[in-house]
Design a protein around this ligand. Structure first.
Ligand code: SF4
Length: 352
């Protein structure tokens, strides 16, 4: 059964879609593209494949490091919103490229925090995703820093033999080795798009292990607002649609948050909703369905407890629901407003 066959009502999350940093980066690129065409960016400017495609249509192209090597001196290169490691920036300058910095000011704040901890001799730990461009840029400011994404990873790190009490800070070369040690005091900061609760829980792991830990909570306000609103909304609706790049850290996190409360569908572009099947929401989530059932039965479905949708499709036609299902919508910080409006419009058309 397609989503279009279900009577729906949609509610947009209070905080959703493109943030200050993304709007700023897009504005910079739009202005630069008026002066130089084609224009190049160092990797995808933001993590939203549809936006990157739209930029390509306007002659703004994302380049890999190898492709950048082939650029002529004097070419303009826009540095992505996620930030760039200082050594990489120096190398680009050495190629005599004209750099235009579109790094989000909040990422710069996180870079500054990493640099300060590192310069003061702290053992720097970053809550974030290994390999994410922002985390790579932070590592450039705190060489040898450890990256952890979860409490479990942190527990291993805080209790491993790699911990060296009151050791002297290792040299940059030693620190960058895989077996680099963790020492006191720990300087803990975060990728800007991480989850507040995870950051706090990780801080507690270090404290519980008896380590001295100083923190710089560098999660940006836009991320906090979107996460809080998504959490609130996902507890009130029957299902959520999260719109934005699957390579986007903050969008993926929004989907994770929503999934804890209701069936959630993460799509990259509004048109994907056309093909969305109810199974995309409910099919594989039997456990979540039970939760949804008890909640839905109170709110939307009168006294009928909701069974997994597969059962309903055969024994209780969905059209007999007393009220339409409520679909909450949220979108990552790299999703433009127009994409959200398009998604709502498509859902409205479907539900007529
Ligand atoms: S999510 Fe936060 S840090 Fe990232 S671009 Fe937006 S405002 Fe900047």
């Amino acid at each position: 059964m397609k989503i279009k066959d279900i009577p729906l009502q949609t509610i947009l999350s209070e905080n959703a879609g493109s943030c200050f940093g993304v709007n700023r980066a897009l504005k910079i690129v739009t202005e630069q593209a008026q002066e130089e065409s084609p224009l190049y960016t160092f990797g995808p400017l933001i993590h939203n494949p549809r936006v990157i495609k739209e930029l390509e249509e306007k002659e703004t192209f994302s380049l890999t490091t190898d492709e950048i090597d082939k650029l002529d001196a004097g070419s303009k290169l826009v540095l992505r919103a996620h930030g760039t490691a200082p050594k990489t920036e120096e190398a680009l300058k050495a190629k005599k490229l004209i750099l235009v910095d579109a790094t989000c000011p909040f990422v710069k704040k996180a870079q500054e925090a990493a640099k300060n901890f590192s310069e003061k001799g702290f053992s720097v730990v970053i809550v974030g995703e290994k390999g994410h461009p922002e985390v790579e840029s932070l590592l450039g400011y705190a060489p040898g820093a450890k990256v952890v994404a979860s409490v479990e990873e942190t527990e291993k790190l805080a209790t491993s033999d790699a911990f060296c009490e009151h050791s002297v800070a290792p040299s940059e070369e030693e620190a960058s080795k895989e077996e680099a040690i963790l020492f006191e005091p720990v300087g803990l900061l975060s990728q800007t798009t991480q989850q507040e609760e995870v950051f706090e829980a990780i801080k507690k792991v270090f404290e519980k292990a008896g380590l001295t830990v100083a923190t710089e909570n560098t999660i940006c306000q836009a991320t906090r607002n979107r996460q809080e609103s998504a959490k609130e909304l996902s507890q009130k609706v029957d299902a959520m649609v999260v719109l934005g790049g699957k390579n986007s850290a903050n969008t993926t996190r929004l989907a994770e948050i929503c999934r804890a409360y209701c069936p959630t569908l993460h799509i990259e572009a509004p048109e994907e909703i056309e093909a969305a099947d109810t199974k995309d929401f409910f099919g594989k989530k039997a456990e979540k369905l039970q939760q949804w059932g008890s909640k839905g039965s109170e709110k939307n479905l009168g006294k009928k407890p909701l069974e997994p949708l597969e059962t309903i499709e055969t024994s209780e036609p969905i059209e007999e629901l007393e009220e339409p299902l409520t679909i909450g919508i949220t979108a990552g910080a790299s999703t433009p407003r127009e994409h959200i409006e398009e998604l709502i419009e498509r859902l409205r058309k479907k539900s007529n």
